[in-house]
Design a protein around this ligand. Sequence first.
Ligand code: ADP
Ligand code: MN
Length: 175
Amino acid sequence: MLISLTGTPGTGKTLLAEELRSRGYAVLDIDRHVRDNGLLDERDEARDTYCVDTDALDLSLEEYRTDEIMIIEGHISHCVECDMVIVLRCRPDILAERLTERGYSENKVRENVQAEILDVILCESAEAGVPLCELDSSEDSIKDMADMAEDFIKGNIDKYGPGNVDWTGELEKWF
Ligand code: ADP
Ligand code: MN
C-alpha cells in the first residue's frame, strides 16, 4: 500500500515524514529514489527544475505495492499511483518565509507560493480519486499533524478534507 505525502515545497513534508518514521512507518524519499534509480528526464532550465519519467517511476515502485504501508515523500509523490494521498498546505506568507530562508530566488519563491494559492498539487492529487487528506502546517504542530495523518491512514478518511484550506484571499498580493 503506497501513501503519497505531497505538497508545495516548504509545506513540511520532510519534517512530517521524519515524525511518521519515528512512529514506526516506512518512508521513502522519492527524490532520492528518483536520483538513485536514474529516473531523471531532461532539465527544465527556465524553471530551474527536473522532469521525471512517471511511467518508469511507477514501475520502479512495484516492490512496495504490498499489504505493508509505505509512505512516499516528496512533491512529485502524488504522480505515482497511490492508495491514499496526504497533501500538506501552508499559508502563503509563511511559505514565502520558509522558502526564502532556504535560499530560493525571488522568482522561485513566487512560483511556489502562486502554485500553493492555486491549489495546484491538491488538484493534481484529487485526480486519482483515492482518499485524500489535507493538513495545514501553518496551523498545526508536526506532532498534531502526525496524529491526524495516522488517524487518516487508519481509516478515518472523511474527516480531513479536501476543501479545508482556502488561500484565495491572498490572490491579489501574489499575482
Ligand atoms: P518540505 O519537505 O515540504 O519542503 P520541510 O519539512 O523541509 O518542508 O519544512 C520546511 C520548513 O518549514 C522547515 O524549516 C520546517 O521547520 C518548517 N515547518 C514544517 N512544518 C512545520 C510545522 N508544522 N510547524 C512549524 N514549522 C514547520
Ligand atoms: Mn523536503
